[in-house]
Design a protein around this ligand. Structure first.
Ligand SMILES: NC(=O)c1ccc[n+]([C@@H]2O[C@H](COP(=O)([O-])OP(=O)(O)OC[C@H]3O[C@@H](n4cnc5c(N)ncnc54)[C@H](O)[C@@H]3O)[C@@H](O)[C@H]2O)c1
Length: 252
């Protein structure tokens, strides 16, 4: 990855941080974008990343991120769209503002950043766009209407742009994980434990891993190494794919 420039969104925590660490370890110049300035600055310092504070739920934030990366490095070769949140509520109670926010952050931002990075990738005839999607880009669960809808939209974005990028050496893929051990999931475990009067271990076993053939949480750096493979030349014919790392969940 030497001399390749990568943007990773939501890079201050969890999967985005692990992807940044793996790409930096492989020699890439990593632009780490996040709304959390304190954690982002701290983590970027540790791996020699370039931190950009950006609220990616806003169009100006996406534009400013792309401009900052181009100003600093003159190019973007790899885009990892990762920033996302979860909100759980029945459809009739689902807050309308939360729907708008999640669509902006988890579907519109990946579209905008793809759009902004695309001309340079096309010109250089090489590019990698990787969306950190979810099993919920393929199947649904109740009470996650915005998350599932945004992730299914991300699947459409993946396939359409893969078709457009093929002739120009640009691949576009979605990684679709089941539960990964990150703060996003730790919060869900704590909530479920409280609501169901279970221990954290019981929540993981009886709720989160119910549909899993491999009975464990995925570690963030496993996603990082999957991203690294997709950035390699060996993966240049992998495009438009919804690549599951889901412990067998969608095989059921
Ligand atoms: N953890 C899982 O089990 C899991 C499974 C499948 C998919 N995913 C996906 O992986 C991605 C990362 O999740 P995670 O578990 O690492 O979460 P996380 O909460 O650990 O990290 C998310 C990061 O996104 C940042 N962020 C939030 N709002 C932002 C905004 N408006 N602008 C910029 N940055 C913002 C947060 O500050 C945080 O650093 C998400 O898209 C999520 O849907 C996670």
């Amino acid at each position: 990855m030497k001399d390749k420039v990568a943007i990773v969104t939501g890079a201050a925590s969890g999967i985005g941080l692990a992807v940044s660490q793996v790409l930096a370890g492989a020699g890439a110049l990593v632009v780490m974008a996040d709304v959390n300035e304190e954690a982002g600055t701290r983590e970027a310092e540790k791996i020699g990343g370039f931190f950009v504070e950006a609220d990616l739920s806003r169009r100006e934030g996406c534009r400013a991120l792309a401009d900052a990366a181009l100003e600093r490095f003159g190019r973007v070769d790899i885009l990892v769209n990762n920033a996302g949140i979860q909100h759980v509520a029945p459809v009739e109670d689902f807050p309308e503002d939360k729907w708008d926010f999640m669509m902006s952050l988890m579907l519109t931002a990946p579209f905008l950043l793809t759009r902004y990075c695309w001309p340079g990738m096309k010109e250089r005839r090489w590019g990698r766009v990787i969306h950190i999607n979810s099993v919920h880009g393929l199947i649904a669960s109740p009470f996650k209407v915005a998350y599932v809808s945004a992730k299914h939209g991300m699947s459409g974005l993946t396939k359409t742009t893969a078709l457009e990028g093929g002739p120009f050496g640009i691949t576009v893929n979605s990684i679709c994980p089941a539960y990964v051990r990150t703060p996003l999931v730790d919060n869900q475990i704590a909530d479920q434990a409280r609501v169901n009067n279970l221990s954290s271990e019981e929540v993981i076993e009886t709720i989160m891993l119910k549909n899993a053939a491999v009975k464990r949480l995925i570690e963030p750096d496993e996603i990082g190494r999957f991203v690294l493979f997709l950035c390699s030349e060996d993966a240049s014919c992998v495009t438009g794919s919804m690549l599951t790392m889901d412990c067998g969940w969608t095989a059921t």
